[in-house]
Design a binder for this molecule. Structure first.
Ligand code: ADP
Ligand code: MG
Length: 286
């Protein structure tokens, strides 16, 4: 049975679109000392838009974009979707690959008529031994490198926007003396830009999905009870590994299933609101 006080907390939550899956999550939430968040889709909107495509070899800009879009055709990652959207806006013809391999936290490898195409970050290029010596990193946006038959063909710059309420939500958590941290698979440059704009205490970039869980455990050792807020399929293990796992309603089904709490509005305001509800619920119960 669920104690009466929990019902009031669950009711207060539902009015704000905060879905507590049980009383246990409310109880655990009272003792949260650190809140660890994913970047893409949690702190940022995940509405990536292509800013530019820069060929580094023989391809034209449109050829580079069409090649990258063909590679990303089956991807459900917001980065992949932004690339296929940009190609269709320019009316470029894309080709369905014969075979696709998705490397979690790195990108995509696809077999296309032109040859083997890679689309992803530096880790992906390193794994396939693509020479990046002629490439200079841009200092804004998320970079997607594209390689054709083992050679760098160019890069795409994609920008995401920070949620309007993110900074205020982070500030509100400081009132509760809760440490905030961001974990992301994205590059150090774009991660630090988001960290600075929102005032998050700690920023950890270039993490693979499995590294996120290790990092979470380190933070828990240092600070105590930890809540993780995420949205992606990749986030399911970290959500399950945290004392409280919270998923954005806009997130992947796997994330919502793994979570103890769901923020239906996908607003970061729900983070301090849920803490406030948990603390108030405790007071009523005593
Ligand atoms: P986050 O932790 O920010 O939610 P992910 O773990 O989903 O990010 O992805 C980490 C990084 O892996 C991305 O920033 C990107 O560099 C790369 N990546 C993942 N999927 C793709 C894809 N489909 N195409 C290109 N790059 C990708
Ligand atoms: Mg994410």
């Amino acid at each position: 049975s669920v104690p009466l006080a929990f019902f009031s907390g669950i009711g207060a939550g539902s009015k704000r679109g905060i879905l507590f899956k049980g009383g246990v999550s409310l109880e655990a939430m009272k003792n949260v000392k650190a809140i660890v968040m994913d970047k893409t889709g949690t702190i940022t909107k995940g509405n990536f838009v292509l800013q530019k495509a820069v060929p580094l070899g023989d391809l034209t800009e449109d050829e580079l974009l069409a090649l990258s879009a063909s590679c990303e055709l089956s991807s459900t990652h917001p980065i992949g979707t932004s690339i296929t959207n940009a190609a269709s806006e320019r009316n470029l013809s894309v080709v369905r690959p014969d075979a696709v391999k998705e490397l979690s936290g790195k990108g995509i490898c696809a077999a296309l008529p032109q040859g083997e195409v890679l689309c992803g970050n530096r880790k992906l290029m390193e794994e396939y031994h693509v020479d990046l010596s002629g490439y200079v990193k841009e200092d804004y946006g998320t970079e997607v490198l594209t390689a054709l038959n083992g050679k760098l063909a160019g890069y795409l710059i994609i920008a995401d926007t920070i949620k309007e309420e993110a900074k205020d939500a982070i500030q509100s958590l400081k009132k509760y003396h809760i440490t905030t941290a961001m974990l992301t698979g994205d590059s150090t440059g774009s991660a630090e830009a988001v960290g600075k704009a929102t005032g998050i205490d700690e920023v950890h970039a270039r993490l693979l999905p499995q590294d996120k869980l290790t990092k979470l455990q380190e933070i828990r050792k240092k600070h105590g009870g930890v809540m993780f807020v995420g949205d992606g399929i990749n986030d399911a293990p970290v959500l399950a590994g945290a004392d409280v796992g919270a998923a954005m309603g806009s997130g992947a089904d796997a994330a919502i299933e793994a979570a103890d709490v769901v923020f239906m509005t996908s607003s970061m305001e729900a983070i301090p609101q849920s803490i406030a509800i948990a603390k108030a619920t405790g007071t009523i119960a005593m």
